[in-house]
Write a protein that binds this ligand. Structure first.
Ligand code: G3H
Ligand code: 13P
Ligand code: ZN
Length: 349
């Protein structure tokens, strides 16, 4: 199957009442792990690359690995998504490369650190929407700011410092026409999200529910959604790692989100933990080994296992065969005619 847009995957997920995991990749083994999990669970999937990933793998390598995945697994609808685009130019270059979906994270300025003003966010996101939709490509925006820092990206601090204001979310959706909207409800990027076992009140689910009620046509996105499982932390630490005690987002909270309009669920840290634990184990138990395949294969298997579990938990499993891909040219026509317009004043009619 050719790469499809995130908008199509998320429209289908909304119809089916499930969420779609968006998993970060930097290399071949991570792409293979995701594809193996998608094939086994028959899941549509979003594969996403941050700016750091694009720089690390180099654009052309990354893109061609994705094309290989699409060629080998025509039965899996998959979207290639730019994670946390920091500027119009980053999104434009992703589209030129062949990404079918981009995130314009205008909640932060171009430095990826400083929270922007609402007007700055609207302006840059609207510009990306105009450019992307003309080409049929989907756009995710962000309103409110997540906690934590990943690879230099992020405002830092706790996830509760810049929680999304529902009125602003509605105005943002109206003025930008984004296909999906990342909201800040108390999650953070990275492994250190919560310092004690979270109960049902750690995330601002009431805010999410309020936003979904007012924006039923804009797919909601949860970033920082790794669950940071204790067993994966333990493997890392058992074999010489030094992770401090930490808790991630409980799966039940994500599932509650999915019942209330969350369609895209971003996961990176869980994959990182799985890979690191598996590699540490091989190094510790068989220090005589030096063939990279001896540790990259278990690493790939460990990531596949966690991704597969998330695909089942988010509900996307079993939905790969539900639909045929819509080409970018058709998506572009849908935007031009207004049929795919998500702005509340238009979509409600
Ligand atoms: O949101 C951030 C993702 O986890 C990607 O992180 O920028 O270190 O590649 P990265
Ligand atoms: P985690 O750090 O919780 O995996 O979040 C990943 C993410 O939001 C990527 O955009
Ligand atoms: Zn994120």
């Amino acid at each position: 199957m050719p790469l499809v847009t995130a908008r199509q995957l998320l429209d289908e997920a909304a119809k089916g009442g499930y969420g779609v995991g968006a998993f970060n990749v930097n290399n071949m083994e991570q792409i293979q792990a995701i594809m193996a999990a998608a094939v086994e669970t028959k899941s549509p999937v979003i594969v996403q690359a941050s700016r750091g990933a694009r720089a690390y793998a180099e654009d052309r390598y990354l893109y061609h690995l994705m094309l290989a995945a699409a060629e080998l697994h025509p039965e899996i609808p998959m979207s290639l998504h730019q994670d946390h685009g920091n500027s119009f130019d980053t999104c434009k270059s992703a589209i030129a490369l062949g990404f079918t979906s981009v995130m314009m994270d205008g909640s932060l300025r171009e430095d990826g650190k400083t929270p922007s003003t609402f007007e700055e966010n609207v302006e840059v996101t609207r510009r990306v929407v105009d450019y992307a939709h003309e080409r049929g490509v989907s756009v995710e925006g962000e309103i409110g700011v997540l906690g934590g820092v990943e690879d230099g990206h992020g405002a830092g601090g706790s996830g509760l410092e810049h929680v999304t204001d529902p009125d602003q979310a509605v105005e943002f959706a109206e003025r930008t026409g984004v296909d999906s909207l990342a909201i800040a409800i108390g999650t953070s990027h990275g492994a250190y999200k919560f310092t004690k076992k979270p109960d049902g009140s750690v995330l601002k689910m009431d805010i999410l529910i309020a936003i979904h009620k007012r924006l039923p046509h804009t797919h909601l996105v949860m970033h920082g959604s790794s669950s940071v499982p204790k067993d994966l932390q333990d493997i890392v630490n058992q074999y010489g790692g030094k992770l401090k005690p930490t808790w991630g987002v409980p799966i039940e909270e994500i599932q509650l989100g999915i019942r209330n309009g969350v369609r895209k669920v971003n996961v990176d840290t869980d994959s990182r933990l799985a890979i690191t634990g598996a590699i540490r184990k091989v190094f510790a138990e068989t220090p005589e080994k030096f063939d990279p395949r001896d540790y990259l294969k278990p690493a790939r298997d460990a990531m596949k296992k966690v991704v597969q579990a998330r695909m089942i938990q988010f509900g996307q499993a079993g939905h790969a065969g539900d639909y045929a891909p819509i080409p970018l040219t058709e998506m572009a026509k849908g935007y031009a005619s207004g049929r795919l317009d998500t702005r509340p004043s238009v979509a409600a009619r």
